[in-house]
Structure formats: C-alpha cells, structure tokens
Design a protein around this ligand. Structure first.
Ligand code: TXA
Ligand code: MG
Length: 335
C-alpha cells in the first residue's frame, strides 16, 4: 500500500513528516520532493533499506546513490578532504549541487556507493527535504524517483506512474522547482571534473574552478570507455517511444516527413511550425524549458503518436544540461 500525502512545499506539516520519519526509522523507502526532481530515499546508514531502493527502481547495483545531508556536521561524518572547499560549499549549499568526495565513514555501506572509495553528497534546499532530514537525524540516500532508465519524476503523478504500490509513502509537494537533476562535480580527483551539468551552470563553476574539466561525454551524451560516474554507461531519461532529437533545425522538415506519425516537443517561439505538439517552455526563459522537459517526455509517450521529435536548443547555461539529458534519452540524433 502506498500512502500519498499532500504536503505544503513552503510550510511542511510536521505530522506528515513524522509519519515519513517513522517509516525511514523502520527501514522503509519513501518518496520525497527536492528542488530538482523527486527522490526515492532511505536511511543512508541502513544497508538493507538502501538495498531496497535498487530493487524498487530496477537500478543496477554498480550505480551509486547520492547521500542527502541536512547540515555540514553530517558532511563531516561521511566525507574526507572537503575542508579546502568550504567556501564553495557554503556558496551553493543548500541547493542543486552534488559533490563527490573521498568517502570516510563506515556508516555508509558499499551498497550506497557501489563499492567506490568516494561518496556523492548533496544538501537539498527544498523545505520538505530539509525538514525531513532534520527530523530524521540521519542523511538520506536517494536517487531520482523514477524506474531505472525512465525520465525523472518532477511531480507526484510521475512517481505514482512508476512506483504505486511499491513504496510506503509519497510526499506530494507539487512540481519540483527546477525539474532537472542537480549538477555533479567531482572534487575527489587532482582536478575538479564536471560529471553532470545541472541548475548550477558550468559557466558559474568555471569562475570558481577555471581548471574545471568538462569531459566529452558530458557534451555528447554518449559514453564509451571507463565511466567516471557509473550511471553514465546506461541509457537514461528515456520515454517508452523512440525519441528523435533534431539538433540541426534545418533538417526538421525532412524528419517530420520521415516520421509522419509524430508529436513534436518544441519551444514557444517555434510552435506555429508544427501541428501536433507540446510546448515545453520559452527561449526567453531557459529555466522554463528545464522545468518542463521531463514532464513533456512523459506526456508525449502517452499520446497515440508513435514518434517523439524534440527540437534541440543552444547549449548555454541551463540548456546545456537540458541537451545532456536529451542526448542520453535519444534513440536518434540529427545533426
Ligand atoms: O537532483 C538530484 O541529484 C536528484 C535528487 C533526488 O537529489 N538525484 C539524482 O540521483 O539525480 P540519480 O541517482 O538519479 O543520479 C545520481 C548520479 C548517478 O549518475 C550516479 O552514477 C552518480 O550520481 N554518482 C553517485 N555516486 C557517485 C560517485 N561516488 N562517483 C561518481 N558518480 C556518482
Ligand atoms: Mg536518475
């Protein structure tokens, strides 16, 4: 049985959170909102509980989880070598940023980190996530709350689609504000490495870390060789229908003709060009495109159309992250 509890995103009700905390203490798995996407979480210090997350998501056991903390004292418990980066952390935490540090604690099971010597840590800014971690008292290990390989869940309806009957509780706080997963930066190596672009933009990170390495796979979306983040080698974010990403818009007409039974995901500025379409956002408000893209993919797969055609956008700011997700989700990329 899954209990879906509506909760105010700004002033979360303590009684609901108490119920959620009780479940976490019992080693259960619950779904909660964050400012990026919904997370499916368990007690980060309870190996058995964390194992359940992998089972429920159908997640390969070599793909580690992000540990969500509520305070810097929890960072101390689980990570090493973070001291030189305190100014950086204080600037972006709480917020949509995940940092990889050497793992410290025996409290974090190898199940959570997939046996790696490092741990991914994030301090979320969403009031529900913050209050939940604070009341619970332990960090919460949580990947995005979608079945493995599917588009991330940005509202409770998406979570219900993937997990109804499979988790004890879903805290429903409406739409996730960013709608796109956190930026991941690896600070455990000689040079800082960007592992996943996100709401904290690369341009901002480069101001702080001019030597930031942005590997090719982050741009191309496709990976061959030894993955730096284990999750990279899997297809991700993919709807249940073929997704054609058209980066070269001059080729759009040809693609529309090649796949006549289609629905197009496009921006406000170009919507008049298409008949059957979902408008994802406006180029004037790039964050609106990020916010709605996963929801648009899930909406598109529910139509009777056979193909999902998505317009590519310019890889700047937050749209760099949007293109990273679309390239991973695409079954065909038109350049
Ligand atoms: O916004 C977010 O980050 C959301 C919310 C719920 O916080 N979480 C999220 O988790 O997107 P997930 O599991 O979908 O993506 C985490 C990524 C995976 O690609 C995983 O491989 C990588 O982080 N990762 C986790 N631990 C790592 C580590 N120690 N080293 C390198 N990559 C790691
Ligand atoms: Mg995910």
């Amino acid at each position: 049985m899954t209990k879906v509890l509506k909760i105010d995103p700004l002033n979360p009700d303590e009684e609901s959170l108490k119920e959620a905390v009780k479940l976490l203490r019992e080693g259960e798995v619950i779904v909660f909102p964050t400012e990026t996407v919904y997370g499916i979480g368990a007690d980060a210090y309870n190996e058995e509980a964390c194992r359940k997350i992998f089972e429920i998501k159908g997640r390969p056991s070599d793909n580690p989880l992000i540990v969500h903390i509520g305070s810097l004292s929890q960072l101390k418990e689980i990570a090493d070598n973070y001291e030189p980066y305190m100014d950086f952390l204080e600037k972006f935490w709480p917020g949509p940023l995940t940092v990889i540090f050497p793992k410290k604690s025996k409290k974090i099971s190898p199940v959570v980190t997939a046996g790696l010597p490092t741990v991914a840590v994030r301090m979320p800014a969403h009031p529900v996530a913050q209050k939940l971690i604070e009341m619970f008292g332990h960090p919460i290990a949580a990947p995005s709350a979608n079945l493995s390989g599917r588009p991330s869940a940005t509202n409770a309806k998406h979570v219900v689609e993937d997990f109804m009957g499979r988790v004890k509780m879903i805290l429903d706080a409406g739409n996730a504000p960013f709608g796109l997963e956190s930026t991941i930066i690896d600070l455990s190596k000689d040079h800082p490495v960007l592992l996943r672009p996100g709401p904290v933009e690369v341009e901002k990170l480069k101001e702080i870390f001019p030597e930031l390495v942005v590997p090719d796979f982050v741009r191309s979306g496709k990976f061959s060789g030894k993955p730096l983040a284990p999750g990279m080698k899997y297809r991700h974010y993919a709807p249940s229908k073929p997704l054609i990403l058209v980066e070269n818009l001059e080729k759009m007409e040809g693609i529309l003709r090649k796949y006549p039974n289609h629905i197009v995901i496009c921006v406000e500025e170009r919507k008049d060009l298409y008949r059957k379409k979902i408008v994802v956002g406006s180029l004037k408000k790039p964050y609106s495109i990020a916010q709605n893209m996963f929801a648009a993919l899930r909406e598109a797969e529910k139509t009777e159309k056979e193909y999902i055609i998505v317009e590519g956008v310019e890889e700047r700011g937050i749209l760099f992250a949007v293109m990273n997700r679309l390239r991973k989700a695409a079954s065909e990329i038109v350049r």
